[in-house]
Design a protein around this ligand. Structure first.
Ligand code: GTP
Length: 330
C-alpha cells in the first residue's frame, strides 16, 4: 500500500527549533522524526511513501538523496504555497497519480497503530475514508469524533471548547482513503481536512472511525516533543536507538535526558528531563531542566535554564537564569 505523509507544515509551535528545520527532521533520540514515522509504516507492510512537502523541502531531499527513507522508496510533491492538510492530500494524490485506496498520515505523530487492522476495518465497512481514533483525557486541543455503534462517524468537531466535547475520542492523524475523497477537496485554495472535508463526510455518512489504544503521541509542542524523546529513551516505545558519543564529565548529573552526538557536558552540571541536539557545550555548574536545546548551543558557567527552548548556535552567557523562555537561533 502507498502512504501520503503530510510534512509540509511550518511547525510554528515548535519555534525556534523549526526556524531552519522542518518539524519532521528534528531528532527524536538522535534519529529524525520522519524515520520513526516511515519506519513504522515499513514494518506494517507499506511499500512506498509520498512526502507532501511545503516548508523547507530541501531538508528532506538533502538528507535522503538516494530516494529511500527507512529502507523504502519515497516520492515527493512540493507545494508552491501551503495548501492546508486536505489541499496537500489533493495535490499529492494528483501529482503521484494515486488511483487506489491509500493511507494518509500526519507526519508529526508517533504511534504503534496496527495499520493492517485499520485497512481491514475500512474494507469491511465499505467506508469512503476511515480515521484512527485515540482516547485522551483532554480532547479540546484535537479533532473530536463521535461514532455510532457500527463505527460510522456521526460528528467531527475540530477543537471543541473545553468541557463541551461530545466524546473523548480524537482524530489520531492516520487515515485510509478511497481516491474519491480527493474529488471532495476544492482546488485552488488552502483546505483543512479537519475543518472542512471530514465534517462534510460525516454529514454524508461515508466517514468511519476505528478505535485504537496503542502508543500515540502528537509531537507538535515543545512539551510533547520533549515527551517523545523521553518515551523512546525510557522504552515506552519499541526500537530504542543507541545514542552515541557525547562527552559527559563523571561529576555531571544527567537524568531522563537525551544528550546529542558531539555534545560536551562539564563537571557539576545537572541536566534533567531535557533534550540537547548535536554539538552543544554546557559549562561547569550549569543546570538545565525541562528544556530543549537545538544544535551548537553554548551554555555558560553557572547558568540555569528551566522550561526553555533554545535555537541553534545561541550562546547563553555565564550566570544567566532563564525560565520558560524561547531564544531564536543566532
Ligand atoms: P503548527 O504551525 O505548530 O500548528 O504546526 P504544523 O504546521 O505542523 O501544523 P499541524 O501540526 O496542524 O499539522 C499536522 C500535520 O500536517 C503536520 O505533519 C504538518 O507538517 C502537516 N501540514 C500542515 N499544514 C500543511 C500544508 O499546508 N501542507 C502540507 N504538505 N502539510 C501540512
Amino acid at each position: 500500500m502507498f502512504a501520503v505523509v503530510l510534512v509540509g507544515g511550518f511547525g510554528t509551535r515548535l519555534r525556534p527549533l523549526t526556524e531552519h528545520t522542518p518539524k519532521q527532521m528534528l531528532p527524536i533520540c538522535g534519529v529524525p522524526m520522519i524515520e520513526w514515522v516511515v519506519g513504522h509504516l515499513a514494518e506494517h507492510g507499506v511499500q512506498e511513501v509520498g512526502l507532501a512537502l511545503g516548508y523547507r523541502p530541501d531538508a528532506f531531499l538533502n538528507a535522503y538523496p538516494n530516494g529511500r527513507i527507512a529502507d523504502i522508496p519515497y516520492r515527493v510533491a512540493v507545494e508552491a504555497e501551503a495548501l492546508g492538510t486536505a489541499g496537500a492530500i489533493r495535490f499529492a494524490a494528483q501529482e503521484m497519480q494515486l488511483e487506489e485506496t491509500f493511507l494518509v498520515l500526519n507526519g508529526d505523530v508517533l504511534t504503534d497503530l496496527h495499520i493492517g487492522a485499520l485497512v481491514e476495518f475500512h474494507d469491511q465497512h465499505e467506508a469512503e475514508a476511515t480515521i484512527a481514533l485515540q482516547a485522551v483525557s483532554d480532547p479540546s486541543r484535537f479533532g473530536v469524533v463521535r461514532t455510532g455503534d457500527n463505527g460510522r462517524v456521526e460528528e467531527f468537531i475540530e477543537k471543541p471548547p473545553a468541557g463541551k466535547s461530545p466524546s473523548n475520542h480524537i482524530n489520531a492523524g492516520t487515515y485510509v482513503m478511497n481516491p474519491s475523497v480527493v474529488d471532495r477537496i476544492p482546488e485552488g485554495r488552502p483546505v483543512s481536512i479537519e475543518r472542512e472535508t471530514f465534517p462534510d463526510m460525516a454529514e454524508a455518512g461515508t466517514l468511519y472511525a476505528m478505535q485504537s489504544d496503542t502508543y500515540w503521541l502528537d509531537t507538535g509542542t515543545p512539551g510533547q516533543f520533549l515527551e517523545a524523546n523521553l518515551d523512546v529513551l525510557q522504552g515506552r516505545r519499541k526500537n530504542r536507538p543507541s545514542m552515541p558519543l557525547a562527552t559527559v564529565h563523571p561529576a555531571a548529573q544527567i537524568e531522563e535526558s537525551v544528550i546529542g552526538t558531539g555534545s560536551h557536558i562539564d563537571a557539576e552540571v545537572m541536566v534533567k528531563r531535557s533534550v540537547l541536539f548535536t554539538d552543544c557545550h554546557v559549562s561547569r555548574g550549569a543546570t538545565i531542566v525541562d528544556s530543549v536545546l537545538s544544535d551548537e548551543v553554548y551554555v555558560g558557567e553557572g547558568t540555569r535554564l528551566e522550561g526553555c527552548v533554545i535555537g541553534s548556535g545561541q550562546r547563553i552567557e555565564a550566570g544567566a537564569t532563564l525560565i520558560d523562555q524561547k531564544r531564536p537561533g543566532s
